[in-house]
Design a protein around this ligand. Structure first.
Ligand code: C2E
Ligand code: CA
Ligand code: CA
Length: 758
């Protein structure tokens, strides 16, 4: 197993502990290896000293042995050649022999002396020779193989030396015996520089070691031992000089050194532990701080990690901080985007709804820029965005910094605080009036008119839960009522569920003849007479009475029932045109065609077939009530109408979704300026300017212009002055049933009046 694997097994939650333990382990290991090396070197050198010393001691002993042997042998030889002594031996004069032996023993300083006859008889002094020893001695001497060696007497080793006594033939041996006792061994031990222990061992158990000592195990631990064989009188039991020296003793001088080494090791280890702990603290503290910062980042908390150094960790922390900064910026941008309108940079609807939800007595006031599309077409998209931004700022400032937002193309919202609806409407009126002053855009003043809708927070029906939605409806309601400010009127808005049943009732009404067409005259300025009529649908509901076409037409469009209604209207209009012609009134009849039907080619087939069959002179007023899903198809269908000789009129210009881009592409004959511009024509110079520029624009595109909603002679005169082609409105005639229209047309008063006024 590799070191990394082993370290891997030890799991630490804490980097610092891990670093400390790993360093300690490595240092400890290095220390251990060094210690082993030192101890081995010291031990080896100590052993070498001991070995040399023992080898020397063994050699010295051998020399001593030999020297003593020859010394004793000399003494024995002198006695053996002494004539008197030989005679005493030969004559068995024991007293003389014994006295001579004693004499010599004392002189030589040996323990025992004896004379051993060839007959095996011994005269002994100084020691008691047992039979077994005598036997071994005799056997050894008689065989002539040994004259000096170790002899065991009573289990005790003796150095024994013999000299033959010849008279002249061998009659015996003079023998000296010296005990190889502890005192003798002590002398030997003292010869050595090291305190080894020496002993002569009989009946050796292990083979002699030769000249060099070996290491053996003893109860005292490992020891050095040298076995040197000594000549022995007993072949069966050889004798050895055994020198031993416990290694423990050899190591004793180094013990202090070892203790010092151990102490230094422990101190080093402790120092290292402290140092590593402190160092790793310095290392791991920034990592821990970074770890903590990452952890908090996961919980969405954008904290920065402290940058404490210029090294990798410091750079890592700096990068982390940069990343956190980026994330924070990005999130701020996203939040900003989610809550702001891209075009104007103003807060958006979501932001306003949040503000409204945050306050208990909050009211939402929505300011609709009147005739938004027309103004935008006149000044351009960029300037319009700037205008809205400036208007938002102005509104917010007027309302003491109340939360403000852009909530629709031409709608800005405010959240105000008011005790009740009356107060809210009062504030809204004051604000709308104050905000209407012209705004400077690109150095030129731009007039704006505002209509405001007010709605409170109170829960309305579920699909109108947002006060912003209700305020938007209130804007429509205000415009319909021709008021500047209105509060949301839920009753007037009606119940969407109730309205749904209207659709099925409408289809029944169509069958039952409850739906009729009313006709409103169109006055031609150049011809100075009525040249056409617009067919407008009327439904008198048996229970509800008059149902406004804006309501049921819109619903029929939404629910996909507009086609049968329109087909019916075309047939009816064609039939009524014939009736009118028969009465002497040749008039172009305008039929309203919902923009939705312009994505239905089979409807176009129907309409063209009807027109072709009847040779009717029709005008189709295209009401752009909804965004056309397929503009290309719509343009194609309009072109088919134009080719079939049907005049095409673009209805409600300025109120719907009309845009200049469209105008250029559509093969239209007529542009109908929405009545909202015409109604205020005689009061507002701004409207006059817009109408004039629209007329000029339409003419430059080759379109005739009809103004609808002409209620006053002043408006009529103004329009004539602007070069408008046709006029339609209550001044000229209200939408009336066919019979009444024929009656009115028969009376020349209308035409005369108009001609005169103009
Ligand atoms: P529109 O096509 O713009 O029709 C003109 C509307 O202005 C008519 O409202 C008319 O009564 C009204 N009006 C005419 N002169 C004046 C005036 O001097 N002052 C004022 N204040 N109003 C005037 P009406 O009849 O309520 O029709 C509303 C809308 O319903 C029409 O607007 C048209 O979009 C739609 N509509 C009516 N009949 C049909 C139809 O047969 N087919 C389709 N698709 N839409 C229809
Ligand atoms: Ca119309
Ligand atoms: Ca219209």
């Amino acid at each position: 197993m590799s070191a990394t694997k082993i370290l891997g097994l030890v799991r630490f939650r804490n980097l610092r502990t891990r670093l400390t333990v790993v360093y300690m382990g490595l240092f400890g290991l290095a220390l251990l290896l060094a210690a082993i090396a030192v101890v081995t070197a010291v031990t080896n050198s100590a052993q070498r000293v001991v070995r040399d010393e023992m080898t020397a001691a063994g050699a010295v002993y051998s020399q001593l042995w030999t020297a003593r042997s020859s010394q004793l042998q000399q003494g024995a030889g002198v006695l053996a050649q002494d004539y008197g002594f030989r005679e005493a031996v030969a004559t068995n004069d024991e007293a003389t022999v014994r006295s001579a032996l004693d004499n010599l023993r004392a002189r030589q300083g040996v323990d025992g002396a004896l004379i051993l006859g060839v007959d095996g008889y011994a005269t002994t002094t100084g020691l008691a020779l047992d039979d077994a020893a005598l036997d071994r001695l005799f056997t050894g001497l008689e065989s002539g193989q040994i004259e000096s060696g170790v002899l065991a007497i009573d289990g005790q080793a003796y150095q024994v030396v013999a000299a033959p006594v010849n008279a002249p033939v061998l009659i015996g041996w003079v023998v000296f015996a010296e005990r190889l006792d502890a005192a003798q061994m002590r002398n030997l031990e003292q010869l050595s520089a090291i305190p080894l222990s020496a002993a002569v061992v009989l009946n050796r158990v292990s083979a002699p070691t030769g000249d060099g000592p070996i290491t053996v195990r003893t109860p005292d631990g490992p020891s050095m031992r040298l076995d040197r064989p000594l000549p022995s009188f007993d072949k069966a039991a050889p004798a050895d000089l055994v020198l031993t020296y416990p290694l423990k003793r050899a190591m004793r001088p180094y013990e202090a050194l070892f203790w010092w080494l151990a102490a230094i090791g422990v101190a080093g280890l402790a120092l290292l532990m402290g140092g590593t702990w402190a160092l790793s603290r310095g290392l791991t503290r920034p990592i821990s701080a970074l770890d903590e910062a990452v952890h908090r980042l996961q919980q969405g908390d954008y904290v920065e990690a402290p940058v404490t150094s210029a090294d990798e960790i410091g750079r890592l922390a700096a990068s982390f901080n940069a990343m956190v900064g980026d994330l924070r910026d990005r999130e701020a941008r996203l939040t900003h985007m989610a809550l702001h309108d891209q075009e104007t940079g103003l807060p958006n609807r979501l932001s306003l709804e949040r503000q409204a939800a945050a306050q208990a007595d909050a009211w939402v006031v929505l300011f609709g820029v009147d005739r938004f599309e027309v103004v935008r077409n006149a000044i351009g998209y960029d300037s319009m965005a700037r205008l809205l931004a400036a208007l938002g700022g102005r509104l917010s400032a007027l309302a003491d910094g109340a939360p403000m937002a852009r909530v629709g193309a031409g709608a800005l919202g405010l959240v105000i605080v008011a005790a009740d609806e009356a107060e809210a409407v009062g504030i809204a009126t004051r604000l709308a009036e104050a905000a209407q002053a012209p705004l400077m855009i690109n150095g030129a003043p731009v007039d704006i008119a505002l209509t405001a809708g007010v709605a409170g927070r109170g829960a309305a029906s579920s699909d109108l839960a947002s006060p912003v939605d209700r305020a938007a409806i209130a804007v429509d309601q205000a415009r319909a009522a021709r008021r500047m400010v209105a509060a949301f009127d839920e009753a007037a808005y009606g119940d969407p569920g109730d309205n749904l049943s209207l659709i099925s009732e409408l289809m029944t009404a169509l069958r039952d003849g409850d739906v009729t067409l009313a006709y409103q005259p169109k006055y031609d300025f150049r011809a100075e007479r009525i040249t056409g009529v617009e067919a407008l649908m009327r439904w008198s509901h048996p229970r509800r009475g008059f149902v406004p076409p804006d309501l049921f037409i819109g619903m029929a469009e939404e629910t996909g029932h507009i086609r049968p209604l329109t087909e019916w209207a075309i047939r009816r209009a064609i039939a009524d045109q014939k009736t009118m012609a028969a009465a002497g009134h040749v008039l172009t009849v305008s039929v309203n065609i919902s923009g939705r039907l312009l994505s239905d080619e089979s409807f176009a087939d129907f309409a063209l077939a009807e027109v072709a069959a009847s040779a009717a002179d029709l005008c189709f007023e295209i009401t752009e009530t909804a965004v056309m899903d397929n503009p290309e198809l719509a343009l194609h269908i309009i072109a088919r109408f134009a080719e079939a000789g049907i005049a095409v009129s673009l209805d409600d210009y300025g109120a719907g979704l009309s845009s200049l881009t469209y105008l250029k592409q559509i093969r239209a004959d007529e542009l109908k300026i929405d009545k909202s511009f015409i109604l205020g024509l005689d009061q507002s110079s701004r409207d006059a300017l817009l109408v004039k520029s629209t007329i000029d624009l339409a003419h430059s595109l080759g379109l005739k212009v009809t103004a609808e909603g002409v209620e006053t002679p002043t408006a009529l005169a103004l329009l004539r002055g602007m070069g408008c082609d046709m006029a339609q409105g209550y001044l000229i005639g209200r939408p009336v049933a066919l019979a009444l229209l024929t009656e009115q047309l028969a009376a020349p008063v209308v035409e005369l009046d108009l001609a005169r006024q103009a």
